[in-house]
Design a protein around this ligand. Structure first.
Ligand code: FPP
Length: 256
Protein backbone atom coordinates (compact mmCIF):
# COMPACT_ATOMS: atom_id res chain seq x y z
CA UNK A 1 0.00 0.00 0.00
CA UNK A 2 1.48 3.33 -1.04
CA UNK A 3 0.77 6.52 0.83
CA UNK A 4 0.40 10.04 -0.48
CA UNK A 5 3.02 12.46 0.73
CA UNK A 6 2.56 16.21 0.85
CA UNK A 7 5.34 18.73 0.51
CA UNK A 8 5.18 21.96 2.58
CA UNK A 9 3.19 23.70 -0.19
CA UNK A 10 0.51 21.01 0.08
CA UNK A 11 1.29 19.39 -3.28
CA UNK A 12 0.56 15.71 -3.36
CA UNK A 13 3.23 13.46 -4.77
CA UNK A 14 1.79 10.92 -7.14
CA UNK A 15 2.98 7.41 -6.43
CA UNK A 16 0.37 5.79 -8.69
CA UNK A 17 -3.19 5.03 -7.73
CA UNK A 18 -2.99 1.24 -7.27
CA UNK A 19 -5.92 -0.94 -8.32
CA UNK A 20 -8.39 1.09 -10.38
CA UNK A 21 -12.04 1.03 -9.23
CA UNK A 22 -14.52 0.20 -11.96
CA UNK A 23 -16.89 3.09 -11.22
CA UNK A 24 -15.92 6.41 -9.63
CA UNK A 25 -18.58 9.05 -8.91
CA UNK A 26 -17.69 12.62 -7.99
CA UNK A 27 -19.52 15.42 -6.19
CA UNK A 28 -17.63 18.40 -7.60
CA UNK A 29 -18.02 20.87 -4.74
CA UNK A 30 -16.32 24.13 -3.86
CA UNK A 31 -16.31 26.17 -7.08
CA UNK A 32 -17.95 29.11 -5.31
CA UNK A 33 -15.59 29.05 -2.33
CA UNK A 34 -12.58 28.72 -4.63
CA UNK A 35 -13.68 31.92 -6.41
CA UNK A 36 -14.64 33.82 -3.28
CA UNK A 37 -11.26 33.09 -1.70
CA UNK A 38 -9.68 34.85 -4.68
CA UNK A 39 -12.10 37.79 -4.81
CA UNK A 40 -13.55 36.46 -8.06
CA UNK A 41 -17.21 36.02 -9.05
CA UNK A 42 -18.67 32.54 -8.34
CA UNK A 43 -19.10 32.05 -12.09
CA UNK A 44 -15.31 32.15 -12.49
CA UNK A 45 -15.14 29.24 -10.03
CA UNK A 46 -17.55 27.27 -12.22
CA UNK A 47 -15.55 28.12 -15.35
CA UNK A 48 -12.39 26.83 -13.68
CA UNK A 49 -14.38 23.85 -12.39
CA UNK A 50 -15.21 22.94 -15.98
CA UNK A 51 -11.49 22.85 -16.81
CA UNK A 52 -10.97 20.49 -13.85
CA UNK A 53 -13.79 18.32 -15.13
CA UNK A 54 -12.16 18.10 -18.57
CA UNK A 55 -8.80 17.09 -17.07
CA UNK A 56 -10.30 14.49 -14.74
CA UNK A 57 -12.31 12.88 -17.58
CA UNK A 58 -9.11 12.42 -19.63
CA UNK A 59 -7.19 11.15 -16.63
CA UNK A 60 -9.89 8.68 -15.55
CA UNK A 61 -10.08 7.38 -19.10
CA UNK A 62 -6.27 7.14 -19.30
CA UNK A 63 -5.85 5.09 -16.12
CA UNK A 64 -8.65 2.67 -17.03
CA UNK A 65 -11.64 3.77 -14.94
CA UNK A 66 -14.66 2.11 -16.56
CA UNK A 67 -17.38 4.51 -15.43
CA UNK A 68 -17.06 8.11 -14.24
CA UNK A 69 -20.17 9.84 -12.92
CA UNK A 70 -20.04 13.61 -12.38
CA UNK A 71 -22.66 15.52 -10.39
CA UNK A 72 -22.88 18.58 -12.64
CA UNK A 73 -26.25 20.12 -11.75
CA UNK A 74 -28.61 18.93 -9.05
CA UNK A 75 -32.37 19.31 -9.07
CA UNK A 76 -31.85 21.62 -6.06
CA UNK A 77 -29.41 23.90 -7.93
CA UNK A 78 -32.40 25.72 -9.52
CA UNK A 79 -32.62 27.59 -6.17
CA UNK A 80 -29.46 29.52 -7.01
CA UNK A 81 -29.62 33.04 -8.47
CA UNK A 82 -30.92 33.01 -12.06
CA UNK A 83 -27.63 34.41 -13.34
CA UNK A 84 -25.64 31.52 -11.83
CA UNK A 85 -28.11 28.92 -13.12
CA UNK A 86 -27.89 30.49 -16.58
CA UNK A 87 -24.10 30.38 -16.42
CA UNK A 88 -24.05 26.68 -15.48
CA UNK A 89 -26.39 25.95 -18.41
CA UNK A 90 -24.08 27.85 -20.76
CA UNK A 91 -21.09 25.92 -19.44
CA UNK A 92 -22.80 22.65 -20.27
CA UNK A 93 -23.54 23.90 -23.80
CA UNK A 94 -19.96 25.06 -24.19
CA UNK A 95 -18.52 21.81 -22.84
CA UNK A 96 -20.56 19.59 -25.15
CA UNK A 97 -20.02 21.73 -28.24
CA UNK A 98 -16.27 21.95 -27.63
CA UNK A 99 -15.52 18.44 -26.37
CA UNK A 100 -18.06 16.06 -27.87
CA UNK A 101 -16.13 15.29 -31.08
CA UNK A 102 -12.90 14.72 -29.17
CA UNK A 103 -14.55 12.52 -26.52
CA UNK A 104 -16.19 10.52 -29.30
CA UNK A 105 -12.79 10.06 -30.98
CA UNK A 106 -11.44 8.82 -27.64
CA UNK A 107 -14.26 6.21 -27.63
CA UNK A 108 -15.96 7.76 -24.58
CA UNK A 109 -19.60 6.74 -24.20
CA UNK A 110 -21.79 9.47 -22.69
CA UNK A 111 -24.87 8.76 -20.55
CA UNK A 112 -26.91 11.54 -19.00
CA UNK A 113 -28.93 10.90 -15.84
CA UNK A 114 -31.54 13.33 -14.53
CA UNK A 115 -34.75 14.89 -15.72
CA UNK A 116 -34.83 16.34 -19.23
CA UNK A 117 -38.05 18.18 -18.34
CA UNK A 118 -37.32 21.70 -17.20
CA UNK A 119 -34.21 22.02 -19.37
CA UNK A 120 -34.10 24.42 -22.31
CA UNK A 121 -34.94 22.54 -25.54
CA UNK A 122 -31.50 23.18 -27.03
CA UNK A 123 -29.79 21.71 -23.94
CA UNK A 124 -32.03 18.64 -23.98
CA UNK A 125 -31.20 18.23 -27.70
CA UNK A 126 -27.45 18.54 -27.03
CA UNK A 127 -27.64 15.89 -24.31
CA UNK A 128 -29.59 13.58 -26.64
CA UNK A 129 -27.01 14.16 -29.37
CA UNK A 130 -24.10 13.39 -27.01
CA UNK A 131 -25.75 10.13 -25.94
CA UNK A 132 -26.75 8.94 -29.39
CA UNK A 133 -23.45 9.85 -31.09
CA UNK A 134 -21.38 7.98 -28.50
CA UNK A 135 -23.75 5.09 -27.71
CA UNK A 136 -21.63 2.51 -29.56
CA UNK A 137 -18.30 3.48 -27.97
CA UNK A 138 -16.38 1.02 -25.82
CA UNK A 139 -14.10 3.30 -23.76
CA UNK A 140 -14.86 5.17 -20.55
CA UNK A 141 -18.56 5.58 -19.81
CA UNK A 142 -18.98 9.21 -18.76
CA UNK A 143 -22.20 9.64 -16.81
CA UNK A 144 -23.27 13.27 -16.54
CA UNK A 145 -25.75 13.82 -13.71
CA UNK A 146 -27.61 16.93 -14.80
CA UNK A 147 -30.88 18.13 -13.27
CA UNK A 148 -30.43 15.02 -11.13
CA UNK A 149 -31.86 14.30 -7.68
CA UNK A 150 -31.79 10.86 -6.10
CA UNK A 151 -35.05 11.01 -4.12
CA UNK A 152 -37.03 12.09 -7.20
CA UNK A 153 -35.34 9.29 -9.16
CA UNK A 154 -36.39 6.69 -6.57
CA UNK A 155 -39.91 8.15 -6.34
CA UNK A 156 -40.24 7.91 -10.13
CA UNK A 157 -39.10 4.26 -10.08
CA UNK A 158 -41.64 3.44 -7.35
CA UNK A 159 -44.38 5.22 -9.32
CA UNK A 160 -43.49 3.16 -12.43
CA UNK A 161 -43.76 -0.04 -10.37
CA UNK A 162 -47.13 1.07 -8.95
CA UNK A 163 -48.45 1.68 -12.45
CA UNK A 164 -47.40 -1.81 -13.52
CA UNK A 165 -48.99 -3.37 -10.43
CA UNK A 166 -52.23 -1.39 -10.94
CA UNK A 167 -52.34 -2.55 -14.57
CA UNK A 168 -51.99 -6.18 -13.45
CA UNK A 169 -48.65 -6.62 -15.24
CA UNK A 170 -46.55 -6.99 -12.09
CA UNK A 171 -47.00 -9.09 -8.95
CA UNK A 172 -46.11 -6.99 -5.85
CA UNK A 173 -44.26 -10.06 -4.53
CA UNK A 174 -41.84 -9.70 -7.46
CA UNK A 175 -40.68 -6.24 -6.33
CA UNK A 176 -37.10 -6.56 -5.10
CA UNK A 177 -33.94 -4.40 -5.23
CA UNK A 178 -33.31 -5.36 -8.85
CA UNK A 179 -36.85 -4.31 -9.82
CA UNK A 180 -36.17 -0.86 -8.36
CA UNK A 181 -32.61 -0.63 -9.75
CA UNK A 182 -33.86 -1.44 -13.27
CA UNK A 183 -36.21 1.57 -13.12
CA UNK A 184 -33.65 4.13 -11.99
CA UNK A 185 -31.87 6.51 -14.43
CA UNK A 186 -28.77 4.39 -13.82
CA UNK A 187 -30.31 1.14 -15.10
CA UNK A 188 -27.59 -1.00 -16.65
CA UNK A 189 -24.73 0.87 -14.95
CA UNK A 190 -22.73 -0.78 -12.15
CA UNK A 191 -22.99 0.80 -8.70
CA UNK A 192 -20.16 3.21 -7.87
CA UNK A 193 -17.25 1.63 -6.02
CA UNK A 194 -15.93 5.01 -4.91
CA UNK A 195 -17.74 8.31 -4.33
CA UNK A 196 -15.45 11.32 -4.00
CA UNK A 197 -16.65 14.67 -2.63
CA UNK A 198 -14.34 17.64 -2.82
CA UNK A 199 -14.19 20.77 -0.71
CA UNK A 200 -14.43 19.26 2.77
CA UNK A 201 -18.21 18.75 3.03
CA UNK A 202 -19.11 15.25 4.19
CA UNK A 203 -22.57 14.44 2.86
CA UNK A 204 -24.18 12.94 -0.26
CA UNK A 205 -26.56 15.84 -1.07
CA UNK A 206 -29.18 13.68 -2.83
CA UNK A 207 -26.59 12.00 -5.10
CA UNK A 208 -26.89 8.29 -6.00
CA UNK A 209 -28.48 7.41 -2.64
CA UNK A 210 -29.65 3.98 -3.76
CA UNK A 211 -26.61 3.18 -5.87
CA UNK A 212 -24.00 4.11 -3.24
CA UNK A 213 -25.30 1.69 -0.58
CA UNK A 214 -21.90 -0.06 -0.49
CA UNK A 215 -19.66 2.60 -2.02
CA UNK A 216 -16.56 3.82 -0.27
CA UNK A 217 -16.80 7.55 0.41
CA UNK A 218 -13.66 9.67 0.16
CA UNK A 219 -13.73 13.33 1.13
CA UNK A 220 -11.02 15.62 -0.19
CA UNK A 221 -10.40 19.02 1.42
CA UNK A 222 -9.51 20.53 -1.96
CA UNK A 223 -11.98 22.78 -3.83
CA UNK A 224 -13.01 21.27 -7.17
CA UNK A 225 -11.09 23.74 -9.40
CA UNK A 226 -7.87 22.63 -7.63
CA UNK A 227 -8.73 18.92 -7.75
CA UNK A 228 -6.16 17.55 -10.20
CA UNK A 229 -4.93 14.20 -11.43
CA UNK A 230 -2.72 13.66 -8.37
CA UNK A 231 -5.67 14.30 -6.03
CA UNK A 232 -7.78 11.84 -8.01
CA UNK A 233 -5.08 9.19 -7.65
CA UNK A 234 -4.80 10.01 -3.95
CA UNK A 235 -8.54 9.34 -3.52
CA UNK A 236 -8.11 5.98 -5.28
CA UNK A 237 -5.22 5.11 -2.97
CA UNK A 238 -7.46 5.87 0.02
CA UNK A 239 -10.14 3.65 -1.55
CA UNK A 240 -7.58 0.86 -1.95
CA UNK A 241 -6.67 1.12 1.74
CA UNK A 242 -10.28 0.37 2.73
CA UNK A 243 -11.67 -3.12 3.20
CA UNK A 244 -15.02 -3.58 1.47
CA UNK A 245 -17.15 -6.16 3.25
CA UNK A 246 -20.64 -5.72 1.67
CA UNK A 247 -22.19 -6.78 5.00
CA UNK A 248 -19.92 -9.81 5.40
CA UNK A 249 -16.98 -10.26 7.76
CA UNK A 250 -14.18 -9.55 5.29
CA UNK A 251 -11.13 -11.53 4.25
CA UNK A 252 -8.82 -10.09 6.91
CA UNK A 253 -10.96 -11.33 9.83
CA UNK A 254 -11.56 -14.90 8.73
CA UNK A 255 -14.05 -17.16 10.52
CA UNK A 256 -13.95 -17.58 14.28
C1 FPP B 1 -20.41 23.02 -6.70
O1 FPP B 1 -19.75 24.21 -6.40
C2 FPP B 1 -20.51 22.81 -8.14
C3 FPP B 1 -21.67 22.88 -8.85
C4 FPP B 1 -22.95 23.26 -8.29
C5 FPP B 1 -21.72 22.59 -10.26
C6 FPP B 1 -20.59 21.79 -10.83
C7 FPP B 1 -20.20 22.42 -12.06
C8 FPP B 1 -18.98 22.35 -12.62
C9 FPP B 1 -17.87 21.53 -12.09
C10 FPP B 1 -18.69 23.14 -13.82
C11 FPP B 1 -18.80 22.32 -15.06
C12 FPP B 1 -20.19 22.14 -15.37
C13 FPP B 1 -20.70 21.61 -16.46
C14 FPP B 1 -22.14 21.60 -16.56
C15 FPP B 1 -19.92 21.04 -17.60
P1 FPP B 1 -20.51 25.25 -5.46
O2 FPP B 1 -20.91 26.40 -6.31
O3 FPP B 1 -21.60 24.57 -4.73
O4 FPP B 1 -19.36 25.66 -4.49
P2 FPP B 1 -19.53 26.28 -3.03
O5 FPP B 1 -20.11 25.19 -2.17
O6 FPP B 1 -18.14 26.64 -2.66
O7 FPP B 1 -20.43 27.46 -3.17
Amino acid sequence: MTKATEDPAGHVSDEGPGEIPRHVAVIMDGNGRWAQARGLPRTEGHRRGMESLRRIIRHASGIGVGYLTLYSFSSENWRRPAEEVGFLMSLLRFFIRRDLAELHAERVRIRVIGLREGLAPDIAALLDEAESLTAGNDGLTLVIAFNYGSRAEIAEAVRALAVEVAAGRLDPAAIDSDAIGERLFTAGLPDPDLVIRTSGEQRLSNFLLWQSAYSELVFSPVHWPDFDEARFDEAIREYNARERRFGGVGARQGVR
